[in-house]
Design a protein around this ligand. Structure first.
Ligand code: SF4
Ligand code: SF4
Length: 345
């Protein structure tokens, strides 16, 4: 009992300390406040047919606790606003170069391999260049939003949620890295009988999960792989918190769908997939979504002036041994007939 109390205190302490450090960082450098009323997001998508049942509004939170090598939403990774450059819209007026006080805009980026328009090591993400760009070639990614503003967006489609069995999904990035805001937003929706889902990678303190759990109908829970060393190599962190949080949610009786990104030469090993299905089976999880790798995200890296490590990795369907791998997978899936395994999700 004493141990449980102490663990809870430590988790709360860590979470509050993390929030305070993150908050002072945002306020000092980017004038962005993160609390129960304010969040940093990078998109709100209405009429989504993915990420949960029915027609949904999906809120994408900015900032992620993992750094997956294959991430197809690199704009979601950092806990701050940033600037992207859309080359084809640029009219070469050079206003951005005059405006930048940090000498962060390269003029000869086309002439040298892997030299980008924005030099990220100089850029402070002040956004001044994007504000003067007349053509929209420079754009600020990420904005601070208030709970009431997000609720107003959500409420626009209430009739569609009711007719289709849909609702809202918090996605990202990692929504549970902004737990106070998520808890307040989810509570408001839950109390209005709007279906609520959270898409999470689960790599957050247990306290963050506990904060939201009572207001969530469905967790879409990413599991990248089972082996902790492989996990650390692919995402920057081991999966111990992820695995303890998914067990925690199931102990609370929460509905969970596991989502597995299938990345050739990274986590696509039959033993790993088997381990994940075994975990689902042990926890009584009824659905697993397999998300095959595609490389459509590489253009986003280019625009964000970031290097994409998997640039040369082909989409799964174009892999040389695609047929052979699919045969092995189909056999494996046939051993878990009681789990609804959906390709795509
Ligand atoms: S966002 Fe970066 S590139 Fe743009 S003006 Fe500020 S420092 Fe310069
Ligand atoms: S201000 Fe915009 S259009 Fe002008 S050079 Fe810069 S990026 Fe191109």
């Amino acid at each position: 009992m004493i141990t449980a109390y102490c663990t809870w205190c430590v988790n709360v302490g860590i979470s509050i300390a993390t929030s305070l450090i993150a908050q002072s960082f945002y306020e000092r450098r980017y004038s962005v406040t993160i609390d129960s009323n304010n969040a940093l997001i990078f998109d709100i998508q209405r009429y989504s047919l993915h990420d949960g049942p029915g027609i949904r509004t999906v809120i994408f939170f900015k900032g992620c606790t993992l750094q997956c090598k294959w991430c197809c939403n690199p704009e979601s990774q950092l806990f701050n606003t940033e600037v992207e450059f859309i080359e084809e819209l640029c009219i070469n007026c050079n206003l951005c170069i005059k405006e930048c006080r940090s000498d962060a805009i390269n003029t000869n980026h086309n002439k040298s391999y892997e030299k980008y328009r924005i030099n990220k090591s100089n850029c402070t993400n002040c956004g001044a260049c994007a504000r003067v760009c007349p053509s929209g070639a420079l754009k600020i990614i990420g904005k601070s939003v208030k709970k009431e503003d997000v609720m107003r967006e959500i409420m626009k489609d209430v009739k569609y949620y009711l007719k289709s069995g849909g609702g809202i999904t918090l996605s990202g990035g990692e929504p549970l890295a902004q737990p106070e805001f998520c808890a307040e937003l989810l509570k408001k929706c839950y109390n209005k009988n709007i279906h609520t889902a959270v898409e999470t990678a689960g790599s957050v303190p247990e306290w963050n999960v506990d904060k939201v759990k009572d207001y969530v109908d469905l967790f879409l829970y990413d599991i990248k792989c089972i082996d902790p060393n492989l996990h650390k190599n692919l995402t920057g962190k081991t999966n111990s918190l992820i695995l303890s949080n998914i067990r925690r949610l199931r102990n609370y009786g929460k509905e969970v769908i596991i989502r597995v990104p299938l990345i050739p030469q990274n986590n696509f090993y039959i033993d790993e997939i088997k381990g994940i299905l075994e975990l689902a089976d042990n926890l009584g999880i009824k659905e697993v979504n397999i998300m095959p790798y595609h490389n459509l995200g590489h253009i986003k890296y280019q625009r964000l002036c970031k290097k994409y490590e998997l640039k040369n990795l082909k989409s799964l369907k174009f892999a040389d041994d695609f047929e052979e791998q699919m045969c092995k997978l189909n056999y494996l899936f046939s051993l878990y007939k009681h789990i609804n395994i959906v390709i795509g999700g």
